[in-house]
Design a protein around this ligand. Structure first.
Ligand code: IPD
Length: 267
């Protein structure tokens, strides 16, 4: 992948500025889809702020945002924004939400920033230049499967697909150390990059949940794959799995593909 001339620290500055909105703003909550799906006035404010400033930072780039009306998917350079990943945690004042920004270049996540404002933790990576947390290089852990923690979810926004998730979680749980469900995919994926968790599986997430974290995991030495897709999907949900080591990834993939020989909602 050819590199592009963009200073990732400028992206982190914008995301940090947007992070103040999560800490400060009063929350007006609106229902979005099913019973579990909400958007707040803060999601919209963060996305508006970032969309305008990221476009200025990289002239000619386009925006895909979780709260955007129109989602272009055919640009050469696309910012993929989740203004608040962990919206339900945000509404419930759990202090477990992040802002995620990915830059997709020629169809693949190329640069990513995931910011947890409550702990002031800025995760970031640009392809070929390493992964960082608050300026320090990060790396996945070397724990084996038996000592791993899995992060996962159960298709929150379409619970028809929950049963295979529970089967996969049960099987991984029997062989590993423990399980976490933190309610923010981007943060859980960033936690894999810095060695806090080792395994990740989710049957149905959206491009904005993962675009920021994928380059961070890869640059931190981890493995992440979109199940049964060659390219990063920009306009549809997908199943994703990831792990710290090739051995752990292979075992997780074996369990996932046995329980999920196909993804039921893929067309
Ligand atoms: C959701 C969270 C959740 C994950 C869902 C995501 P949102 O994002 O990351 O943990 O299980 O797949 O859609 O709706 O809070 O931005």
């Amino acid at each position: 992948m050819t590199s592009i001339d963009i200073d990732i620290l400028k992206v982190t500055e914008l995301v940090r500025e947007a992070g103040k909105l999560l800490l400060d703003r009063p929350k007006e909550v609106m229902q979005k889809g099913n019973n579990s799906n909400f958007v707040t006035s803060c999601d919209i404010a963060v996305e508006q702020l970032l969309s305008a400033k990221l476009r200025d930072l990289l002239p000619g780039s386009l925006i895909i945002g979780e709260e955007s009306e129109d989602n272009p998917s055919n640009g050469e350079l696309l910012w993929v924004i989740d203004p608040i990943d962990g919206t339900s945690n945000f509404i419930r004042d759990m202090g477990l939400s992040v802002i995620s920004v990915g830059l997709v270049k020629d169809g693949e996540p190329y640069l990513g920033v995931v910011y947890q404002p409550y702990r002031d933790e800025m995760f970031y990576a640009k392809t070929g230049e390493g992964a960082y947390l608050n300026g320090e290089r990060i790396h996945v852990s070397d724990r084996d499967f038996a000592h791993s923690h899995l992060c996962s979810a159960m298709s929150l926004y379409d619970k028809r697909y929950a049963p295979p998730c529970f089967r996969i979680i049960d099987r991984v749980y029997q062989e590993s150390d423990d399980l976490r469900r933190l309610g923010t995919a981007a943060m859980e994926l960033a936690y894999m990059a810095c060695g806090r968790v080792e395994l990740y599986f989710e049957i149905r997430i959206f491009p904005w949940d993962a675009a920021g974290a994928i380059p961070i995991i890869r640059e931190a030495g981890g493995i992440v794959e979109i199940l049964y897709k060659d390219k990063f999907p920009l306009d549809e949900p997908f199943a994703i799995l990831g792990a710290n080591t090739p051995e752990n990834f292979a075992r997780l993939k074996e369990i996932v593909t046995e329980e999920l020989p196909e993804v039921p909602y893929y067309s």
